[in-house]
Design a protein around this ligand. Structure first.
Ligand code: AMP
Ligand code: MG
Length: 412
């Protein structure tokens, strides 16, 4: 055990990723206020109340095929038979006549099945001689009719509260005639970069300066229909300025996110600012990349102080922030799918923190999942994070992985 890890274990063990997640969920109160929006504006939003059907779906019996509708009563399915076509039913144009024994109607998909008909036969199975329709032996009766309410009956739920509305949900609700829905209001989020070294795109690079990239990553990561996002720019490493800016932001936003300054350096003021103007829930976790991660509250505003290193930003966002922000929107949270894959490259790791190494997941022609490292794992290394398509999750006590070992993988 290294001297550093002795200190970690003996003085104050870092919170595990799971413990940090549990503390975050325990501290968050999901939004409850809702707003009524037109259906088309509801994509990706959280449904505030369960929406119930006021009609049966399907509303009427209708045909699932292009074919012929008839009543099977008195017919023998083992024998060929002949019926007389007395009409044609297109979708949208119901048939108003009466269907008697010995008769059939030509019907197209979606056409209303006339009273009395109990069977539809596909047009490919019959031969037509003007209005005389020949049905072969072996026809199955009772088929190809979509029944009233077989999808959803009037009074039953269409979509449950807390569902994140998908494209098929918009279609589903539209099919039931729902024009407007109540969704949870948007979460107002502000994000800032911190650091004296940061310059903006378009500025001239000088020694000691770097382009602020974290705000661009966060811009991408925070694209969500349930978020109103404000880019607050860069705050220099000035305690008073940081305090004043974060205090002001906390009065306007539900969530404030910063990157950088969350560690223990002399210019890292995030923790002390949070202590001074709010409450620190925790500020370090046993995660790599991403050890310096502060979480707390300033007034009613939730505060997340992410690390400065760019890959630590995207990783802590994916693992910790993304589910937490979605939880705040009152959305039902689905557990991410953790896959098991064979590791095809050796991996190194030190004991003590759960690592989320960047990897490339592939599938063999036989369907087996294989994962390889995407390269250099430094938390400042963009290139290997950019080519990665997954995280390889290595638990706190793991120290190495050899080729052929099974590892847990999370798609990103
Ligand atoms: P810090 O946590 O502030 O000590 O930052 C850790 C590392 O991340 C340093 O190398 C910083 O220069 C870098 N860093 C901090 N903020 C950003 C940013 N917005 N864009 C790119 N790199 C950053
Ligand atoms: Mg800094």
């Amino acid at each position: 055990m290294s001297i550093e890890s002795c200190v970690i274990y003996e003085k104050k063990p870092l919170l595990s990723v799971k413990e940090a997640q549990e503390r975050i969920y325990a501290a968050l109160s999901p939004l409850t206020q809702s707003e009524c929006v037109p259906l088309k504006d509801a994509l990706g939003r959280t449904l505030a109340q369960t929406v119930y059907a006021t009609i049966n779906l399907p509303f009427t019996r209708n045909s699932a095929m292009d074919g012929y509708a008839f009543c099977s009563k008195g017919l023998d399915s083992e024998m060929p038979f002949t019926l007389t076509q007395i009409g044609v039913i297109f979708a949208g144009n119901p048939f108003h006549g009466e269907l008697k024994a010995g008769e059939c109607v030509r019907i197209f998909t979606g056409g209303v099945v006339p009273d009395g008909a109990d069977s539809i036969v596909m047009q490919e199975q019959v031969s037509a001689d003007n209005v005389t329709i020949h049905f072969p032996a072996g026809i199955q009766f009772g088929k190809h009719i979509r029944q009233i309410g077989e999808d959803v009956r009037a009074g039953e739920p269409l979509c449950l509260a807390h569902k994140t509305l998908s494209a098929i949900d918009l279609g589903f609700l539209a099919s039931a005639g729902i024009e407007f829905v109540n969704v949870i209001r948007k979460l107002n989020i502000a994000y800032f970069s911190t650091g004296d070294e940061l310059i903006g795109l378009g500025d001239t690079l000088r020694v000691g300066k770097i382009y602020d990239s974290n705000r661009y990553s966060l811009h991408g990561l925070l694209q969500h229909p349930s978020y109103n996002v404000f880019d607050g720019g860069v705050i220099t490493d000035d305690y008073d300025l940081l305090k004043q800016t974060l205090q002001q932001a906390s009065e306007k936003f539900d969530v404030v996110i910063t990157t950088g300054g969350a560690s223990v350096g002399d210019a890292d003021h995030i923790k002390t600012v949070l202590e001074a103007c709010g409450d620190v829930n925790f500020w370090k976790i046993a995660m790599k990349p991403g050890k310096p991660l502060a979480f707390g509250k300033i007034g009613d505003c939730y505060f997340f102080g992410l690390p400065g290193n760019p890959v630590a930003v995207t990783t802590t966002f994916d693992i910790i922030l993304k589910p937490a922000l979605l939880y705040l929107t009152s959305a039902h949270i689905k557990q991410p799918l953790v896959l098991s894959a064979t590791c095809t490259t050796p991996l190194k790791k030190s004991r003590g923190r759960q690592e989320f190494q960047r990897g490339i997941l592939t599938q063999t022609p036989q369907g087996a999942l294989e994962v390889a490292t995407s390269g250099h794992q430094g938390s400042h290394i963009f290139s290997s994070a950019s080519t990665a398509n997954c995280y390889i999750i290595l638990d706190e006590n793991v120290t190495s992985v050899t080729c052929g070992d099974q590892v847990s993988v999370l798609l990103c």
